[in-house]
Ligand binder design. Structure first.
Ligand code: MF3
Ligand code: CO
Ligand code: CO
Length: 256
């Protein structure tokens, strides 16, 4: 893949908009159907049914061999957690769900983190800061800007909330494939990155940690990404269409 960015055609955007809306509906249905005492495997099965009811299929199942319908990452799990029959959800858990639906040659990809009870002050800061970092990143995603503007906005907000920014995983273009160019880091690196052109669709997805930014991948399942210090992490993701002016959030909201 040598292109710096993918610009979608109007016909593709019609289909991507629909896929993204359906994905957001599945995302928003899940928290109300999830309760302590159920296993993360049950949650994955439930999500699979919701995805099937859209007429589409999981965009994740089978992706590089990924075995789940959605990603379910609990507490210190940052991303790519797999539903397990031996993991019973507890009242005090925070649960990140990441949902992808493929339908009619287009895809949606969106995530959020939720809990079951009133969070303590640190968890509240983690959730609020990660959501805010996403919204600030989105506000920077204006046609003519560069990827760096988004990265800088996300990083500044993460810093303001004293949250660790995961560097190993980044946002990305999306639309007719799950991951398309460009990468959308949650931190500023070298250079401006590609320019934002109307018709691009990108996923902005801060993965922020209460403690260290450092993460490790589970040596057994080779998927689950955890914080190295065992402290909790949050993940919020929206898919946005770049326009001449403000971006259009294709996975807008309800629960965010
Ligand atoms: N949804 C993730 C993202 O936001 C990718 C998940 S890939 C999977 O980019 F294989 F783990 F499902
Ligand atoms: Co995702
Ligand atoms: Co994504």
């Amino acid at each position: 893949m040598s292109r710096a960015q993918v610009v979608h055609t109007p016909d593709e955007i019609v289909r991507i908009r629909r896929a993204a809306r359906l994905t957001a509906e599945v995302r928003d249905a899940i928290p109300g159907l999830t309760h302590p005492g159920m296993t993360t495997f049950d949650l994955d099965q439930l999500a699979g049914e919701l995805i099937r009811a859209t007429g589409g299929k999981s965009a994740f199942r089978g992706y590089h061999g990924y075995p789940g319908n959605i990603c379910i990452s609990v507490n210190d799990e940052v991303v790519h957690g797999i539903g397990r029959p031996d993991r019973i959800l507890l009242e005090t858990d925070i649960v990140s769900i990441d949902v992808g639906v493929e339908i009619d040659g287009a895809l949606g990809d969106t995530a959020l983190t939720f809990g079951f009870v009133e969070p303590d002050a640190d968890i509240a800061r983690l959730l609020k800061g990660t959501k805010q970092a996403l919204m600030d990143g989105i506000a920077a995603a204006r046609g003519g800007n560069y990827i760096r503007h988004i990265s800088a906005a996300v990083e500044a907000t993460a810093k303001h909330y004293r949250l660790g920014v995961v560097r190993e995983y980044v946002g990305h273009g999306c639309g007719t494939r799950l991951h398309e160019p460009p990468e959308v880091p949650n931190f500023v690196g070298y250079g401006k990155g590609p320019q934002l052109i109307p018709g691009m669709v990108i996923c902005i997805e801060p993965m922020l940690n209460l403690g260290t930014a450092r993460v490790t991948t589970d040596p057994h399942d080779h998927w689950t990404v955890r914080t190295q210090d065992g402290r909790p992490a949050a993940h919020f993701e929206h898919m946005v269409l770049i326009t001449e002016k403000e971006p259009e959030i294709l996975t807008w909201p309800k629960t965010m």
